[in-house]
Design a protein around this ligand. Structure first.
Ligand code: SF4
Ligand code: SF4
Length: 469
């Protein structure tokens, strides 16, 4: 044989390897109850309730939350945001990102397990499934049973209810962008436009597919957060973990009793309940895995088992890597403090800016064609164009005031009314008489002030150009 090594070739498919194209095993989870599932029920019901009810809330006789894209305005509880307020949107997204970082460092994937829309909708779909088809055992039995009238009825009811919830989700989503009362009323007259039909249909199909069929696959293969959250973990991050030292070696029943006399077993009786309740189908006893969404179903299931065998709870529990190896866990640590400080600072600045936000936008543009012009009567004029936007939802009366060197005057109407959301383009001429006053180029100020609300005022600096100076 040459000095090259012979490499043995094996048929991997015959050794239990999983093909990338193999059929996905459907996960039938067992329902569980417990402390954490009760908390999850509250957060999940809250998330769903908020999503479905928010577009129906009214404020000052209007839809309280409406992202009116054709009208180019976002209405949120009496505040109206315009494209000019884009900064607030960016700011909100940055604050949300920092909040996610902060809570991930503190408590791991608590967002995934308790409030993520994918988790929320999947949970609702699972409740419907359980209601129509029974518990895990009945569902597995039904999967393998031939089609009968009862199976057809139960499965059909499930899909009808899934589709109804998915449709409600799509309708509500579009209701954030178009008046939901009007949209709902137009269902009966078949009066939806093309875009409304498309988006309601799109979200109905997406919800039905994601929560009904894809489920944990979305978390495992589509969600980017699952991929990068591990880099934010440290040894003090709260994780769901199995206590290997206490649980192993695992064993059950008579075998366990027998073994206890010579080689005592750990507290895990290998009942498999923690695996049966896991929505992502993993075995937490194999260690922390990126598939774990920290739903704590395995904690509740295992606590229940421990209660039955009269052992202390907490074989699977929320803990930290440090605690598991007997070290002290630290809640306050530099990374968490840095995220917390940044979050607090940004949230405070955001609130202050929002509080001081004036519902009036004024832009002043100088005439770029001429620095100044001399009229037939000898006056020196500068031309400006003022863009004034009433950013409130109510009509407002305004006055325009010019401030600058003595001798300057403004030849325009100085009082006007704008409806809520209305923009006025106002040409303004500022002039002086060179035979009466001497004038140098310099700063001037246009102030637009509401006559209905003394707190609403916007002052804008510009420049007056005089000849030869
Ligand atoms: S539920 Fe608890 S006792 Fe049962 S297999 Fe899981 S870890 Fe072991
Ligand atoms: S391992 Fe436990 S906490 Fe993680 S997803 Fe499964 S049941 Fe939820």
């Amino acid at each position: 044989m040459s000095d090259r090594q012979r490499i043995e070739v094996h048929d991997a498919s015959k050794e239990g390897a999983v093909s990338l194209y193999s059929k996905r095993e459907r996960i039938q989870i067992k329902a569980t109850k417990g402390r954490f599932q009760s908390i999850r029920n509250v957060t999940i019901l809250g998330t769903m309730g908020l999503y479905l009810l928010l577009p129906w809330a009214r404020w000052d006789g209007q839809q309280a939350v409406l992202f009116d894209l054709p009208g180019r305005q976002f209405r949120i509880f009496g505040w109206t945001f315009w494209p000019q307020d884009f900064l607030f949107l960016s700011w909100t997204l940055i604050i949300a990102a920092f909040a996610l970082f902060f809570f991930t460092v503190l408590a791991g994937r608590v967002y995934c397990g308790y409030v993520c829309p994918q988790t929320t909708w999947t949970r609702f779909f699972q409740w419907i499934e359980q209601w129509c088809e029974g518990d895990r055992h009945s569902r597995i039995k039904m999967d393998n049973a031939p089609w009968t009238a009862s199976k057809l009825f139960r499965r059909g009811s499930k899909h009808v209810l899934w589709l109804l919830l998915a449709f409600l989700t799509g309708l509500t989503f579009v209701g954030y962008f178009s008046s939901i009362t009007d949209l709902s009323l137009r269902i009966f007259s078949l009066g939806w436009g093309g875009w409304e039909l498309f988006w309601v249909g799109f979200f109905t199909v997406a919800t039905y597919g994601n929560a009904g069929f894809m489920r944990e696959q979305v978390c495992l293969h589509m969600c980017p957060y699952a991929r990068f959250q591990s880099v934010m973990f440290d040894d003090d991050t709260l994780i769901v973990s199995y206590d290997v030292a206490r649980g192993e070696p695992r064993g059950r029943g008579a075998k366990k009793k027998q073994a206890e006399e010579s080689d005592p077993l750990g507290d895990c009786i290998d009942c498999g309940m923690c695996v049966q309740v896991c929505p992502t189908g993993i075995d937490i006893r194999e260690g922390l895995q990126y598939e774990c969404i920290t739903c704590a179903a395995c904690i509740d299931a295992c606590d229940d088992v421990m209660d039955h065998i009269h052992k202390p709870r907490g074989l699977i529990r929320y803990t930290t890597d440090n605690a598991l190896v007997g070290k002290e866990s630290h809640i306050l640590r530099p990374r968490l403090l840095a995220y917390g400080a940044a979050l607090l600072l940004m949230a405070s600045l955001f609130m202050v800016s929002l509080y001081n936000r004036v519902p009036l936008q004024v832009d002043v543009l100088r005439d770029r064609n001429q620095l100044y012009r001399t009229t037939s009567t000898g006056m020196i004029e500068n031309i400006y164009r003022l863009e004034i936007l009433n950013k409130s939802q109510d009509p407002q009366r305004y006055e325009l005031v010019l401030e600058g060197p003595a001798g300057l005057s403004m030849e325009n109407r100085t009082e006007f009314t704008l409806q809520g959301g209305e923009t006025l383009t106002l040409p303004v001429t500022v002039s002086y008489d060179p035979y009466e006053v001497e004038m140098a180029s310099g700063a001037i100020w246009f102030t637009v002030r509401s006559l209905d609300d003394p707190d609403v005022e916007n002052r804008h600096e510009s420049r007056f150009i005089a000849p030869g100076r």
